[in-house]
Design a protein around this ligand. Structure first.
Ligand code: CP
Length: 308
């Protein structure tokens, strides 16, 4: 496999190879000198047309830990503001010798288009409401580390599913890894044809929580909402927020996840977000090792092909 555009493109073996490689690379991240020479002489371009903290910084850290040269491009302050197209921007960066382009864009499908224009590998770092495959991989990695398995794990993904690329990528990946996902949201925040996704769907968070091993809370993406999807933030929080009382409904070993950034006090209370059973900070650290594994395997041609 040359590109990573969708979690659905990964076979179970591909996904496990990435998680197992990340596990090996995590040991490097624990050393005082964290750098490996693996991608010396290769160039990774981070092409970000949408804001990001975690994904952009962790891809940069991942590429640098593998000794790649990194070019960071942000649409703000570039010739995109003068009207330059995605294609011309991509070709300009390719002329600088990109072996891999990591792209975040507000348009669903932008990474797929990019892959038809550039010679290097394309990694989807989040496209519109479509997919965020490396987030799903780091989430699966974090779950496996905490819970010791993915097969048979009951995962509730809660909140603004309609606007969430994280939810779609997690459902696709976790289904192929044998976990059982339940999406929980008000009917207005579920996508059309969600019944065709490989997961269960519920409107009732209180009924799902006691049966869950993992609860992944999603940010309410107010910036993508062009209509009133719920009466008020207070009402949303009352029905779908994870506060202390709801947290108490979970079994003692269950964990709480959130991809970040969080709306503290809306979908998750500060007390729950900062509890020892929250993996939110771990997810960020794991993002670096998982993205190292993705770059290493893609540029080595080992996903969906022979391990070199
Ligand atoms: N989880 C995530 O994608 O965060 P950023 O938007 O900060 O990259």
């Amino acid at each position: 496999m040359k590109h990573l555009i969708s979690a659905g493109d990964l076979s179970r073996d591909d996904a496990l190879l990435i998680l197992d490689t990340a596990e090996e690379l995590a040991r490097v991240s624990e050393r005082s000198i964290k750098k490996l020479p693996t991608l010396r002489g290769r160039t990774v371009v981070n092409l970000f047309f949408e804001d990001s903290t975690r994904t952009r910084i962790s891809f940069e850290a991942a590429a640098k830990r593998l000794s790649a040269d990194v070019i960071n491009f942000s649409a703000k302050g570039s010739s995109v503001s003068k009207g330059e197209s995605l294609k011309d921007t991509a070709l300009t960066l390719e002329a600088m010798g990109a072996d891999a382009v990591v792209i975040r864009h507000s348009a669903s499908g932008a990474p797929h288009r990019l892959a038809t224009w550039v010679r290097g590998s394309v990694v989807n770092a989040g496209d519109g409401t479509h997919e965020h495959p490396t987030q799903a991989l780091l989430d699966a990695f974090s779950m496996r580390r905490r819970m010791g398995r993915l097969e048979g794990l009951k995962v509730a993904v809660v909140g603004d599913i309609l606007h969430s690329r994280v939810a779609r990528s997690n459902v696709l990946l976790l289904a192929s890894l044998g976990a059982e996902v339940t999406l929980v949201a008000p009917p207005t925040l579920l996508p059309v044809a969600v019944e065709n996704w490989p997961c269960l769907v519920s409107y009732d968070l209180d009924a799902v929580l006691p049966k869950s091993d993992v609860v992944m809370m999603l940010r309410v993406q107010l910036e993508r909402q062009n209509a009133a999807f719920f009466p008020s933030a207070r009402e949303y929080s009352r029905r779908y927020g994870l506060d202390r009382d709801r947290f108490a409904k979970l079994h003692d070993d269950a964990i709480v996840m959130h991809p970040g950034p969080m709306n503290r006090g809306m979908e998750i209370s500060a007390e729950v977000a900062d509890s020892p059973r929250s993996t939110i900070v771990e997810q960020v650290a794991n993002g670096v090792t998982v993205r190292m594994a993705v770059l290493y395997l893609l540029l080595g041609g080992a996903i969906g092909g022979e391990v070199q």
